[in-house]
Design a protein around this ligand. Structure first.
Ligand code: AMP
Length: 416
């Protein structure tokens, strides 16, 4: 993780209790986005922040939320919305951990669609100050008056670009409308398109602040290497097996475009003796949780996912991202690749592409200013294609009849 040294948590106004709590997680220096977001959110103004994945954006909003919460008041003071349940669970875990480590009486609840509403209502009786979850369930519980929206000071839209997309925008707006006009809106995302910004402006106040972290270095962390291997549709799975066998990744995430193909891919991998599981959209909450747990604690080294399931997930030590399908959307590529190389560790993102799909690689290079290296699997090793070509050229080639013939004609031509 990159730090700049001008600011530290004390100068940003982080309390001693929170400092001590962070130290227990070995967090001692604020990241770039934290240096920018913490003071901005503390002003109470609306904020749009752009920051690369894995750059510490969760704490960039949780810390100022903790600072702004009135610990003597029970009831919802902050709502955090996320596009996926996994991300919500991760954020809520971080909030819980921070409160516990810092010894502050700030509690949080996870409010997501697939989980039992009865248990969530029980939890809400304890009047947690922070609720994290999906907009639909949140709205439901606000309408049932289980969440008191009038106390809300801050609403965070994490992975906000997704939350403002057509399918989600209406319900997100409905949640926002249940709160008072002077509450603060914070939107965070690795990518903020013109459309996202336009929608954000529709729901934010005129004096909203716009922040960018590390834009000058590009949005894709530099410690991730980007490779692609040319193959055919038919050979993709075989190539995947070759890459896994050759690279022996400690933790690899395999991405597919269509969630419906996750199950069959997992089955095929297991059939070939590769311990893998998947995060399926349709699977029960428990199954998803156990697949994630097994992957986190190293019981399995391969996790198959689609973009929907994996967005925003923070899993430590993912070494490889393999795109069995390549996303057409450059932003999606950024989100996927950002699952590896977290906390400054090195990571490797490998795209398996057909000659037709290679154009997307060029697109990502342009959009994100990154360089891809073409690779091949040769004798179980991932090697530069440029090198394999050179090696082939070096090998003395047998002269075929046609080459002999063309040599003769060119000699004739030269004589003329
Ligand atoms: P996020 O971008 O919020 O998903 O965070 C990525 C990872 O960075 C998480 O594991 C955090 O615990 C960790 N992290 C967040 N802030 C810092 C920091 N200031 N120093 C070191 N690690 C951090």
């Amino acid at each position: 993780m990159e730090y700049t040294t001008q600011q530290n948590f004390e100068t940003l106004g982080v309390s001693e209790a929170l400092l001590a709590g962070l130290a227990k997680q070995n967090i001692t220096h604020p990241t770039d986005i934290q240096q920018k977001m913490i003071p901005a959110i503390c002003t109470g103004k609306d904020v749009v922040g752009r920051s690369e994945t894995g750059s510490g954006k969760t704490l960039a909003y949780l810390l100022p939320i903790f600072l702004r919460i009135d610990q003597n008041v029970r009831g919802t003071q902050a709502i955090i919305l996320t596009p996926t349940h996994e991300l919500a669970a991760q954020v809520q875990k971080q909030a819980e951990l921070l409160a516990k480590n810092a010894g502050v009486p700030i509690s949080s609840a996870l409010i997501i669609g697939t989980a039992g509403i009865q248990r969530q209502m029980e939890k809400l009786k304890e009047k947690p100050q922070i609720v994290v979850g999906s907009a639909g369930r949140m709205l439901d519980l606000i309408k049932r008056r289980k969440i008191q929206a009038h106390l809300v000071k801050t609403i965070v839209l994490d992975e906000g670009d997704r939350l403002l997309e057509d399918g989600n925008f209406a319900v997100v707006q409905a949640v926002i409308k249940t709160t008072l006009r002077d509450r603060q809106l914070v939107l965070l995302s690795a990518s903020v398109s013109g459309e996202t910004l336009q929608r954000a402006k529709q729901i934010m106040k005129d004096d909203m602040m716009q922040l960018e972290a590390q834009a000058q270095r590009g949005l894709v962390p530099e410690n991730i290497a980007h490779h692609y291997i040319l193959t055919t549709h038919r050979e993709k799975f075989l190539m995947l097996r070759k890459v896994l066998a050759g690279e022996k990744p400690t933790k690899a995430m395999i991405f597919l475009n269509n969630p419906e193909n996750i199950e069959v891919t997992v089955d095929k991998l297991n059939y070939h003796g590769i311990k893998a599981d998947g995060i399926y959209g349709q699977a029960g909450k428990e199954e998803r949780k156990s697949a994630l747990e097994d992957f986190r604690n190293g019981k399995i080294s391969v996790l198959v996912a689609s973009d929907i399931g994996a967005r925003g997930l923070d899993i430590a030590d993912v070494t490889h991202i393999i795109h069995l399908d390549i996303p057409e959307d450059a932003t999606q590529y950024l989100h996927r690749a950002g699952r590896c190389g977290r906390n400054g560790k090195s990571g490797c993102s490998i795209s398996l592409v057909t000659p037709y799909e290679r154009k997307w690689i060029h697109k990502y290079e342009k959009v994100w200013g990154i360089r891809f290296t073409q690779k091949d699997m040769v004798q179980g090793k991932l090697v530069d294609s440029a090198k394999t070509k050179k090696d082939l050229e070096k090998k003395p080639q047998k002269q075929t009849n046609t080459t002999k013939k063309s040599k003769k004609t060119s000699e004739k031509r030269n004589k003329k």
